[in-house]
Write a protein that binds this ligand. Structure first.
Ligand code: ASP
Length: 351
């Protein structure tokens, strides 16, 4: 695909590339009154300050901007490819992305961009840039400021993050938890990386340390044969079987109760055991936003250890799905695969 770079501002010490994928940020109402994405040229017209921030800015737009509900594995690969292609020319990247799947994209990029030592900050908006009370302007300008912040020429942030509504979050710890408030994102199991007020306060203890010697390698082997199953009281054997024995399925994120508990019915455990023996990799994550899976803490999770369900600890569902897709695509050693799923590979869970 041809992604053309357009210069926005050529004056300033730091160079940032904006990648516009779409999302509410740049949407307008179509004839029927629904919000649909429009092109990035019109976004720049709405934020003339971009030309006077003191940052060298350029932008690449997806040829057809998308509502992020339509994001695909191909789009993730394109983002990885754009970042790799322009890695040496820019000090950081700001990705404008719809909020609905931003946490999935941030999680996936955090795993795809191995050896990243520059900021990749995703942001977007709950209200389009054209509306008077829009949050788009603040989100973009502060994300750019964070991406361009440095000490001794090195970036303060050198990981994939989400900046939204005055907080900077680790990308693979983030979740969209509110659909109609400006404070859309949280990372319950990890502290904020920064908070923006009159000044931007960085949480240096939480940020990944800058690694001068890191070399970027973009992993694009992503296995799509993964799904998520959220259990609930009353779920039938039929529904469980239909999901976990789906054709070609290789990885399952099992969303369980509390600290990783499930029904202890024979049919359920037999299903899991049969699927695991058949090669399915099952990763247990909690339906709770905060806290972690502790298999064996209760009688209702002890058996999961015995049948071979892997504990996802305090990982989010979004990061678990992305990690499974990426590791099933790129890690051929089955022992390593299982090991990597139960330990942090890029700050996505506690050790
Ligand atoms: N549906 C939109 C999207 O994710 C919502 C948003 O951007 O806030 O693209």
């Amino acid at each position: 695909m041809n992604f053309e770079v357009v210069n926005i501002n050529e004056v300033g010490d730091r160079r940032i590339l904006i990648i516009y994928t779409g999302g509410t940020f740049g949407m307008v109402r179509d004839e029927s009154g629904s919000l649909a994405p429009f092109d990035f040229g019109q976004v720049v017209e709405k934020i003339p300050e971009l030309k006077s921030l003191g940052i060298q800015l350029a932008a690449i737009s997806f040829p057809t901007p998308i509502d992020s509900s339509n994001v695909t594995i191909e789009d993730w690969k394109n983002l990885g490819w754009i970042i790799a292609k322009h890695y040496d020319q820019y000090d950081g990247f700001v990705i404008l992305h719809g909020t609905d799947t931003m946490a999935y994209t941030a999680s996936m990029l955090s795993f795809m961009l191995e050896g990243l030592n520059k900021p990749v900050i995703l942001t977007g908006a709950q209200m389009p840039i054209g509306s008077v009370r829009s949050d788009a302007r603040e989100n973009l300008i502060t994300a750019l400021e964070i991406a361009s912040t440095e000490t001794n020429g090195n970036p303060i942030v050198s990981e994939v993050c989400i900046y939204f509504n005055f907080i900077l979050l680790r990308g693979n710890r983030s979740q969209k938890i509110r659909s109609s408030q400006f404070a859309a994102f949280e990372s319950e199991n990890y502290p904020y990386l920064a908070e923006a007020g009159i000044s931007i306060e960085f949480n240096h203890n939480a940020l990944r340390p800058f690694d001068q010697n890191a070399t970027l390698r973009v992993i694009t082997e992503i296995n799509p044969n993964v799904t998520i199953l959220k259990i609930f009281p009353g779920i039938t054997e039929n529904a469980v079987r239909g999901t976990i024995f789906a054709n070609n399925l290789e990885g399952l994120v099992l969303e369980t109760f509390g600290s990783g508990n499930t029904m202890k019915s024979d049919w359920f455990l037999n299903c899991l055991s049969e699927a695991i023996e058949g090669g399915l990799v099952i990763l247990n994550v909690s339906q709770c936003l905060g806290g972690e899976v502790m298999q064996g803490r209760y009688e209702t999770s002890k058996k999961l250890n015995e049948v071979g369900v892997l504990s996802g600890g305090d990982i989010t569902t979004e990061a678990a799905a992305a990690k499974l897709m990426l590791l099933l695509g790129s890690e051929s050693d089955q022992t390593m695969l299982r090991k990597k799923l139960t330990m942090p590979i890029n700050g996505e869970m506690d050790a």
